[in-house]
Design a protein around this ligand. Structure first.
Ligand code: OAD
Length: 245
């Protein structure tokens, strides 16, 4: 049983207790910024500096936060589970990577909405590791042109990354966990439906409150990620979770 694959979808809620804002909770990022101003290709065309400033400040915030017990529990699961553990994350932070940096068998991570610590050339699509700020004056490492660099982030109206690989994973998993996501944004919000349509995998939602897709999950556990995720991972590792429904 332990060689079966586990697929985990994570959202902003898993990083909330590390100190990163979610999007739709009270005081969340979309309460203080309009999506149309900072998270669409049109916004970047109209006012690139406003968009750069939004992502620069989020990138710089990563220096002040650490992975929490929920990120660490998922790293522990990947290290101990004989099968593969895939984390499909909507998060653009690097806390899953940092939680697993000292393990021999880290989870396989798919950042479907991009990564704050990467930037790319809008012309060549080449992607670069990026630690500092971006501006309209930043010369592109590949073509040296100014104004070509953009955050490596999937904006509204753009197609999420790794979708082909994700579709395959959803059809092959034996356990699907959704952690810290409100289930408002597709395609991620539809993943549980795909798992239910194509597999007999057990599906579980771990979140602070019921998500939009709550009725589609076999099991639901509500509370803070730093408490409920480590407890659930221990149940998996001690054989107390029956994988297929
Ligand atoms: P949301 O802000 O929509 O939802 C966060 C969820 O986490 C909510 O359901 C909260 O109840 C839950 N939550 C908050 N604190 C928690 C905690 N301590 N423990 C457990 N759960 C907690 O964030 P996402 O669902 O990730 O996309 O948002 C999805 C996408 O919408 C984002 O990737 C982003 C956004 O627009 C883009 O920018 C393209």
């Amino acid at each position: 049983m332990k060689d079966k694959n586990i697929v985990i979808l994570t959202g902003a809620g898993i990083s909330a207790e590390s100190g990163l804002s979610t999007f739709r909770d009270n005081g969340g990022l979309w309460c203080n910024h309009r999506i149309e101003d900072v998270a669409t290709p049109q916004a970047f065309f109209r006012n690139p500096m406003l968009v750069h400033d939004f992502y620069n400040s989020r990138r710089s915030q990563l220096k002040d936060v650490e992975p929490n017990a929920a990120h660490q529990a998922l790293a522990k699961l990947a290290a101990k589970w004989q099968g593969k553990v895939y984390i499909i994350t909507q998060n653009v932070d690097d806390l899953h990577e940092r939680a697993a940096k000292n393990t021999n068998k880290p989870p396989i991570l798919l950042h479907m909405h991009g990564e704050l610590k990467k930037a790319r050339c809008a012309e060549s699509e080449k992607v670069f590791e990026w630690d500092g700020d971006l501006s309209t004056e930043t010369p592109c490492p590949c073509c040296d042109k100014k104004g070509n660099m953009r955050p490596h982030i999937v904006w509204f109206g753009e197609i999420p990354l790794y979708m082909e690989a994700i579709q395959l994973l959803l059809k092959e998993c034996s356990l699907f966990m959704s952690i810290g996501t409100s289930g408002n944004v597709y395609p991620a919000a539809g993943f549980v439906h795909e798992v239910r349509s194509f597999t007999d995998a057990h599906t579980v939602e771990l979140n602070k409150e019921p998500s939009q897709g709550k009725s589609l999950f076999h099991e639901k556990i509500y509370g803070n990620a730093t408490e409920i995720v480590p407890a659930y991972i221990d149940k998996i590792l001690t054989g107390q979770v029956k994988l297929t429904a």
